[in-house]
Design a protein around this ligand. Sequence first.
Ligand SMILES: Cc1cc2nc3c(=O)[nH]c(=O)nc-3n(C[C@H](O)[C@H](O)[C@H](O)COP(=O)(O)OP(=O)(O)OC[C@H]3O[C@@H](n4cnc5c(N)ncnc54)[C@H](O)[C@@H]3O)c2cc1C
Length: 386
Amino acid sequence: MEELNFLAVETPGERLKIMKEFSVRFHKRASEIDEKGLFPFENIRELIDSGYTMLTIPREYGGVEISLYELVRLQEEMAAGDGSTALSMGWHMSVVYNLFEKKTWPEETLSFLVKEISTGALINSAASEKETGSPTRGGKPVTAAEKSGDGWIINGRKVFTTLAPMLDYFIVSATIAETGETGNFLIPRMTKGVHIEETWDSLAMRGTASHDLLLENVRLEKEAFVEKIRPGQKAPNGGLLHVPACYLGIAGAAKNYAVDFAKRYSPNSITGPIIQLPEVKNRIGEMEILHMQSKHFLYSVAGLWDSAHPEKRSGLGPELAAVKYSVTNAAIKIVDLAMRVVGAGSLSMKCPLQRYYRDVRAGLHNPPMDDVTLKVLADRAAEING
Ligand SMILES: Cc1cc2nc3c(=O)[nH]c(=O)nc-3n(C[C@H](O)[C@H](O)[C@H](O)COP(=O)(O)OP(=O)(O)OC[C@H]3O[C@@H](n4cnc5c(N)ncnc54)[C@H](O)[C@@H]3O)c2cc1C
């Protein structure tokens, strides 16, 4: 199979071309991954080998430092091939993007992480717990960190740890027993007491292997405590636009499938294909509008983020949340419309639309949640109106 290398090219256009090739490859594997609930090892390995994980690392650390706009575009294209691969890789990319954009971690830890990533390491945030539900709603982690000599002992269970089979590092939120404060701990996979329990049995995004992470008397050096979490003061992470990008990519694939079907399907009750029928045209037109609105909203906010001075980005939280809300809900509608165009055949397990239908649903349960977004927007509107 042809070697695809993001580091051997220079421009965003060339990198997009490479991702389009990956996307076609991933699409061919997507149905088996979904049907058997497999983790897409091959896809993720090929992305690492192609240098993809170096793209969001700043130039001063030896990376390519692509813009948020470009990251989002590449993630959307990946998702058109396979949603599970895109959501999984998207978490790693957005975590790394945010770490180097904010630089709230000690410099030595960041430099160490770059070395690890350059040799293929993957990282994700393990923040969700059964007891807290979505961390976006402000629940305090039950996972506990206790001081032990100069270091720490961590105990707890995290749920929904996407990419679990290939993660080398977990960013684990925990409550510090002595102070009641919360913080993030960087935990290497190979540490004694770190286990993955294969609990992921979801009907959507089946390939993300978002299993439970068990932490049993995990002993860490003091440097593992990388940052305090200050409730209500979390600066927005532009990298989280990988989430709406993922669902837009899936919706785009559904739209293309339906349009292609409508151009080819010619039942003997009419002359020619169904694309000429007014009701089919209406549905396709509606899909187009939703898709166009989503694309423009997503990329306009990504561009706004890129062009804003880093200090001004802290005010863009409501925009990021609104994009996630709007694009994810539009993606669900687009897939629904695509299935109405195709008819009962869309329910066949052989048809990719049934997978898109299940996968886009997961977007409702990725952060920020719709209710949180509506509250943020309502609060801001109230502030504006004084
Ligand atoms: C495919 C996928 C991948 C994921 N990957 C990761 C990952 O890599 N790392 C990670 O940490 N997490 C991950 N998550 C978890 C995700 O971020 C959420 O924590 C998880 O989906 C639970 O969110 P929830 O809204 O269902 O849960 P809850 O917050 O428990 O909400 C459940 C219901 O209760 C209601 N509710 C609960 N509390 C409140 C409240 N205070 N106010 C109002 N309503 C409330 C809500 O309306 C909701 O309907 C992933 C989730 C999915 C689906």
